[in-house]
Design a protein around this ligand. Structure first.
Ligand code: G16
Length: 557
């Protein structure tokens, strides 16, 4: 075996390599600049305390295969001994988290810009997950960012050629040291884990005996092979139960974001009434959207609460018990009501899955979710789209009820948290930042709390106004400025936040929710109608239209 040598390449720092809500996300063109990815990867390996064994994979978007080779070559030059990589560089985000935990690696590098569009004119992203399988906490991402500001060189094995299409272990000699790359099937380990969590026989026999037709949209992202293996091959769903399962580098030119706007095609098919259950995933397979017959939409906040109330349908929780629950702050508090009735702890964290990891590691958290179409449990440390679908199928198989019946029963038992989110995408950064700064000033005025707002027949009085901060109950780390909250005396909320996952400009997110108790006659009302007065007040207080020039949001959830 010829020995490969390590090259030291001089480089200069790039501005703005600051990881956002979940990793560094920029346009493909930005990532294609000479040394741009190399710098960031070198800083990741420099920040990693122990890096003997790492997992590498991505959602297969444009530029994925190139950067996979770069990562392996930089790992080889930086004392990493063993890299586990998905075949052809492909791994869903949940599958990376599962592999890190199962194979007890020191972490992993995930290539994805998640729900952002792909292709040469789309976005790319690099994210580092630590040894618990979860996205690196801010202490680590801040350290990576600091390193990017002063990086002057990176080490790489330029002549390393790894065949990532070939399953199995490949061994190399790098300057006299052994370096191994293990190419694994992207689905095998993940499927194994799902079989340990769920009762596949029960789901399979329900699907075949109930006549329930399902339609799953992989949105041309990474999930195609997972859907085919798990739902079609293992659970016996007919092959036409899955659409857009071909993984494409540009996601077919679509936005791989499972919401009512970008998964409109699936919504339309469900509206036909032919299917009793529908779901969609995002580009890297961690997000999910759940629909019932006639496109009955389950908000992620409700999905979390329903699952929390039905975890006894799932063998994993039957065996391991249920610790606490958690949701991100903008997520409506439906799960809090389940927690109260079942006498469990519930945590309210900032937006970002990374905040759940500590609670799970400390055995305080079993199930959590976010309004941004994320649901998951402590089986891994990422949200998990297909896990959510299997959890819902377990509930359907157990209750033998429709999605809509399950939701209506839930509201009759716990009351209903109405929720909506308005996204104003691609706004200009400066006015958006100014709007947030001005809002902070408005809400810190001494007479703001107690102020009354009228909209139509409704009247609201402000009881709390702040910028959300979070003290981690496990390590006491403090995270501030996580979203401006206005909470009214009846518990209704308005929240303003700037997205941390965009690649340019600013996306303003406006979240609004309110609660109707179980005895209300409004439980089946249209959420947009119910929330309209609060939305009007939110737009008035923020002067959003004046700052952004936008009459309407890009996406309404
Ligand atoms: C990422 C995080 C999620 C978070 C979301 C919020 O999702 O993993 O935990 O809720 O970002 O995004 P934003 O900051 O734009 O509101 P993903 O699916 O993009 O990795």
């Amino acid at each position: 075996m010829t020995s490969l040598s390590i090259a030291t390449v001089p480089t200069k720092p790039f501005d703005g390599q600051k990881p956002g809500t979940s990793g560094l996300r920029k346009s493909v063109q930005t990532f294609m600049q000479n040394n741009y990815s190399e710098n960031f990867i070198q800083c990741i390996v420099n920040a990693a305390e122990d890096k003997t064994k790492l997992v590498v994979g991505g959602d297969g978007r444009y530029h994925n295969s190139h950067v996979v080779q770069t990562i392996i070559a930089i790992c080889a030059a930086n004392h990493v001994k063993h890299v586990i990589v998905g075949q052809n560089g492909i791994l869903s985000t949940p599958a990376v988290s599962a592999l890190i935990r199962k194979r007890q690696t020191n972490g992993g590098i995930i290539l994805t810009a998640s729900h952002n569009p792909g292709g040469p004119n789309g976005d790319f992203g690099i994210k580092f997950n630590t040894s618990n399988g979860g996205p690196a906490p801010e202490s680590v991402t801040n350290q990576i960012y600091e390193l990017t500001k002063s990086v002057t060189q990176y080490q790489i094995v330029k002549d390393l050629k790894v065949d990532v299409s070939k399953l199995g272990v490949q061994t190399f000699d790098v300057s006299g040291n052994q370096f191994t790359v293990e190419v694994v099937d992207p689905v095998d380990d993940y499927l194994q884990l799902m079989k340990e969590i769920f009762d596949f026989n029960a789901i399979k026999s329900y699907l075949s005996s109930s006549g329930l037709k399902i339609l799953i949209d992989a949105m041309n992202g990474v999930m195609g092979p997972y859907v085919n293996r798990v739902l079609i091959q293992e659970l016996g769903a007919p092959s036409d139960s899955a659409i857009r399962c071909e993984s494409l580098e540009d996601f077919g030119g679509h936005h791989p974001d499972p919401n009512l706007t970008y998964a409109a095609d699936l919504v339309k098919r469900l509206e036909s009434g032919d299917y009793g259950f529908g779901a969609a995933f995002d580009g890297d397979g961690d997000r999910n959207m759940i629909l019932g017959k006639n496109a009955f939409f389950v908000t992620p906040s409700d999905s979390l609460a329903v699952l929390a109330d039905h975890l006894d349908c799932i063998p994993y929780f039957q065996k391991g018990g249920i610790k606490g629950f958690a949701r991100s702050m903008p997520t409506a508090g439906a799960v809090d009501r389940v927690a109260l009735k079942s006498n469990k702890e519930v945590f309210e964290t900032p937006t970002g899955w990374k905040f759940f990891g500590n609670l799970m590691d400390a055995q305080r958290l079993s199930l959590c979710g976010e309004e941004s179409f994320g649901t998951g449990s402590d089986h891994i440390r990422e949200k998990d789209g297909l896990w959510a679908v299997l959890a819902w199928l377990s509930v359907l198989a157990n209750t033998k009820k429709s999605v809509e019946e399950i939701l209506v029963n839930h509201w009759n038992k716990f009351g209903r948290n109405f929720f909506t989110r308005y996204d104003y995408e691609n706004c200009e950064s400066n006015p958006s930042n100014e709007m947030m700064t001005e809002l902070e000033k408005v809400l810190s005025a001494p007479d703001f709390v107690g102020k009354e707002f009228k909209s139509g027949a409704k009247e609201y009085t402000i009881s709390v106004a702040d910028n959300f901060s979070y003290k981690d109950p496990i390590d006491a780390s403090l995270t501030t400025k996580q979203g401006i909250r206005i909470i009214f005396t009846d518990g209704s909320r308005i929240i303003y936040r700037l997205s941390g996952t965009g690649s340019s400009g600013a996306t303003i997110r406006l979240y609004v929710d309110c609660y109707e108790s179980e005895s209300s006659s409004e439980l089946r009302a249209d959420a947009q109608q119910v929330l309209k007065p609060l939305i009007d007040i939110a737009l008035r207080i923020s002067k959003l239209k004046e700052y952004t020039g936008r009459d309407a949001p890009t996406v309404i959830t």
